[in-house]
Ligand binder design. Sequence first.
Ligand SMILES: Nc1nc2c(ncn2[C@@H]2O[C@H](COP(=O)(O)OP(=O)(O)O)[C@@H](O)[C@H]2O)c(=O)[nH]1
Ligand SMILES: [Mg+2]
Length: 366
Amino acid sequence: MAIAEDFNLKATVKNAIREALEEQGYVNILIAGVTGVGKSTLINAIFQGNFATTGQGLPVTPNTREIKKDGIPLSVFDTRGLEMADFDATINEVKILVSERAKNPDPRKHIHVAWICILENSRRVQPAEQDLCKMLASYIPVVAVITKIRSNKSDQGFSDKVKELLPLARNVIRTRALPEEDDDGKIKPALGLEELVDLTMQLVPEGMQRAFAIAQKVNFNQKMHSRLIAALNTEGVVEAPKEILILLKRFKKAYESKNSIELSESISSDFVGDIYGRTKSEFIAFMEKMFQGFPYGVSPHLKIEVINISSWTDSDFSCVVKMEANLKFLGLPTSFNWDSGKLFCKTIPEGRESYWRIIELRKFKG
Ligand SMILES: Nc1nc2c(ncn2[C@@H]2O[C@H](COP(=O)(O)OP(=O)(O)O)[C@@H](O)[C@H]2O)c(=O)[nH]1
Ligand SMILES: [Mg+2]
C-alpha cells in the first residue's frame, strides 16, 4: 500500500517556526532594586529557562548586567547599587543606558519597561527608588513591584504608600516569587506573578508583545496564548451545495483544531482511498500522526477549494477538490505550505440524519 505524501513534517515545521521567530520582536526589561530584594528570584519565576541563574550576564554599566539566553527573545537588565551611598551615580548610569537605547532606530534595542522592586518587609521606599522611578518614567513605563509578600493581608497600607511615593509608576503589584511553607506545613503559593505579567504585557510595545509572551512562563497556556490564537482566522474558499459546505467546514474545523475524533465524523466507515489511507482507520491514523507532529503553539489552517463537480444527486456528491494547508506559529504566518494537489472526493449521506460524509478520496488523474 502507499500512504503517500510522507513529507518530512518535523523538519519543515521546525524551519517554518524558526523563520517566524525571526519576526517576533525582542523585549528588554530593566529590573532594579537593592541587593536581596528578590530580583533574580522574580526573574526566574517569571521567565523561561532559569533565566537569572544561568551565567553572569554581561556588564553594561558598573551596576547593570544584561542577562539573556539563547532562544528566548528577552534581555533583562539587572540593576543593583541602589543601596549604595552614591546611588546618584547608579541612576545616572541607568539614565544614559535607557536614553541612548531609546535613540536606536531598531525598537528591539530599546528598554521597554522597568520594574522597581521594593521589599514588603522594609515598609519603606528609599530616596534612591524615588529618584530612579522619576528618571525612568520620563522614558519608559515603570511598574513598582513589592516583593516577598507574606500574605494577602500583610500589605496593611504599604501599597498605597508606594503609590504615593512613586506617583509616576503605572501600578503597584504585590508579589511572592517563591511558594512558601507556613508554620503548619501548608504551602503558600507564589502570588502576583500573573498580574505582573499581564500588566507588563500591556505596557510593552505591540510589536514586542509576542516576544514577551514567549519569554514568560507564568501565563503561557492561558490568556496570552488564547489572545494570540484568537487573532488567527482564515476562511476556506468553498463553492458547493449546502450539505457539502457543511461537511467541508466541519472537516476544516476538525483539521484546524487538530481533533481526530471530530475529523472522524466527516469520514464514512466505508471509506476508501489511495492517498492518506486506504481505509477510514488508516486515514484517521495518518491525520492523527500529523496533528501530533505539530508542536505546541502551531495552528494549522486549511483552505479547501472545490474545483469541479462531477456528480450531484440526492445520494452522491462527487467533486474534485484541492486542499492547501499552512501553519501559523503563535499567530505568525510561517512559510510552511502544503498543497494536496487535485483530489477526487466522493461524499454520500449516511446515517439517520443523512449527514454527508467523505467516502472516497483519491489522487485525481486527469
Ligand atoms: N520567602 C521568599 N524568599 C524569597 C522570595 N524572593 C526571593 N527570596 C529569597 O531572597 C533572597 C534574595 O533573593 P535574590 O533573588 O537573590 O535577590 P536579588 O539580590 O535582588 O537578586 C534569596 O535567598 C531568595 O531565595 C520570595 O518571594 N519569598
Ligand atoms: Mg540577583
